[in-house]
Write a protein that binds this ligand. Structure first.
Ligand code: XUL
Ligand code: MN
Length: 343
C-alpha cells in the first residue's frame, strides 16, 4: 500500500537508443503501455504533446483536439488519468537553438504554438498541468545569447501561457545541463524566482527530478523541500543517478538509498499528494534489459517508494529529538543507517 498516486510517461518504456547505439527493444504501442502501467499500480500517464498527438505540426487545432479526445477514450477505458502535457521542444528542426529563448523569431513563435497546443491537448485529456522541461533553453556557446534578455523572454512566454488559459498551471522541471551546456533554469531556486516574476505566481510551480538535482550537485530532498516551503511542489520525477555525469534516470533508490529515503520522508512529512499531486516515476530501463522485462525499472521504483514509506512510518521522531537536544548527530546518522539496513 502507498499513500501516493503514481504516474509515468510512455517514454519510460524506452527502446534503449543512446548516443553510441541503436534501439534494442521494440516500441510498446500506446494502449499496451497504458494497460501495463495500470497493472503495475500507476494511475496516471505523463504526456509530451506529440506522445498524445503524433504529427501535430501538420494538423489544425480542431484536428489536434479531436485526436486528444481519442487518447482520452483510451485512458478512460483503463480508468487512467492524464497527469500533465509537456511540449516536446527539443526534437524539432524549429527548436535546434531552443524555443522560448531562441534567437529566431520564427522558431520562438513555433515554440509558443506548441505551448498553446499543449494546453489545448491538456484540457481535452482532463488535466490543467503543463510541464516545461526547458531542454534547450540556454546555450551551447555561452556568447550566442544575451542571458538577461533571454531569461526575460522566458518569463514573457510563461505569462502568455498563463493568459491563454486562466486555469492552467505551469510546472517548470529544472535541469542544469544536457542537452544544453548552460541552462537558464538549473535548480528549484531558479524556478521559484521565475514563478515570483510571473503574472500569477500561484500558477507557476516546480517539478523536481531526483537525477536533475544530483546533476546540479544538489540534494534532491532539499530541492523538494525548497519548493514545498513555497507551497509550489507541483510534481516530482523520482529516479536515481550515479554522480555528475550523463543523465541516467536509474531506478529510484538504486544508487543512494539514504537520499531516496529522505525524498520519501520530505514528501510524507509535508502531506505531498493531498492536493492531487502525483509521484511521477521518470526512469529509463537499462539498455541491457530484454523486451519482456523492459518495465521492471518502473515496478522496482514503485516498490522502493513503498518500502521507504514503511521506513518513514517507523522513523523514531522521539529519538531524533533526543539526538538533536544532545547535538549527537553521529547517533542520529547511525540510527538512520540501521533503520535502512534493518539492523
Ligand atoms: C528529461 C526529462 C524529461 C521530462 C519530460 O531529462 O526528465 O523526460 O521529464 O519532458
Ligand atoms: Mn523528468
Amino acid at each position: 500500500m502507498s499513500q501516493f498516486k503514481f504516474s509515468a510517461g510512455p517514454w519510460n518504456l524506452n527502446e534503449g537508443v543512446e548516443t553510441f547505439g541503436p534501439a534494442v527493444r521494440n516500441t510498446v504501442p500506446f494502449e499496451e503501455a497504458v494497460k501495463k502501467f495500470k497493472e503495475i499500480g500507476i494511475s496516471a500517464v505523463q504526456f509530451h504533446d506529440d506522445d498524445a498527438v503524433p504529427n501535430m505540426n501538420n494538423m489544425t487545432i480542431e484536428e489536434i483536439k479531436a485526436e486528444a479526445r481519442n487518447v482520452k477514450k483510451i485512458l478512460d477505458k483503463y480508468g487512467m488519468e492524464a497527469e500533465f502535457v509537456a511540449p516536446r521542444l527539443w526534437m524539432d528542426p524549429h527548436t535546434t537553438d531552443g524555443g522560448f529563448t531562441s534567437n529566431s523569431k520564427e522558431d520562438y513563435e513555433f515554440a509558443m504554438w506548441r505551448a498553446f497546443r499543449s494546453i489545448d491537448i491538456a484540457k481535452e485529456l482532463g488535466t490543467n498541468r503543463i510541464v516545461l522541461w526547458l531542454a534547450r533553453e540556454g546555450t551551447l556557446c555561452a556568447e550566442s545569447k544575451n542571458p538577461v534578455e533571454k531569461i526575460n523572454q522566458l518569463i514573457d512566454s510563461i505569462n502568455k501561457m498563463l493568459e491563454y488559459d486562466k486555469d492552467i498551471h505551469i510546472l517548470i522541471e529544472s535541469k542544469p545541463n544536457e542537452p544544453i551546456d548552460r541552462s537558464y533554469c538549473g535548480t528549484i531556486g531558479h524556478v521559484m524566482a521565475v514563478s515570483a516574476a510571473s503574472i500569477d505566481p500561484s500558477r507557476v510551480e516546480a517539478l523536481l527530478e531526483s537525477a536533475h538535482a544530483i546533476l546540479a550537485g544538489l540534494d534532491p530532498a532539499n530541492e523538494m523541500a525548497f519548493a514545498l516551503a513555497f507551497n509550489k511542489l507541483g510534481s516530482v520525477h523520482l529516479n536515481d543517478q550515479n554522480g555528475i555525469r550523463y543523465d541516467q534516470d536509474k531506478a529510484f533508490g538504486s544508487e543512494s538509498l539514504r537520499n531516496a529515503f529522505n525524498q520519501v520522508k520530505v514528501l510524507v512529512e509535508n502531506g505531498y499528494g493531498k492536493n492531487g499531486e502525483y509521484v511521477g516515476i521518470d526512469v529509463k530501463a537499462m539498455r541491457t534489459q530484454k523486451q519482456d522485462v523492459g518495465y521492471k525499472h518502473l515496478e522496482n521504483s514503485i516498490k522502493v517508494v513503498k518500502l521507504l514509506e514503511e521506513k518513514v512510518a517507523k522513523f523514531d521522531y522521539e529519538f531524533q529529538k533526543k539526538c538533536v537536544a544532545e547535538r549527537d548527530y553521529e547517533a542520529l546518522e547511525m540510527y538512520v543507517m540501521e533503520l535502512l539496513l534493518n539492523a
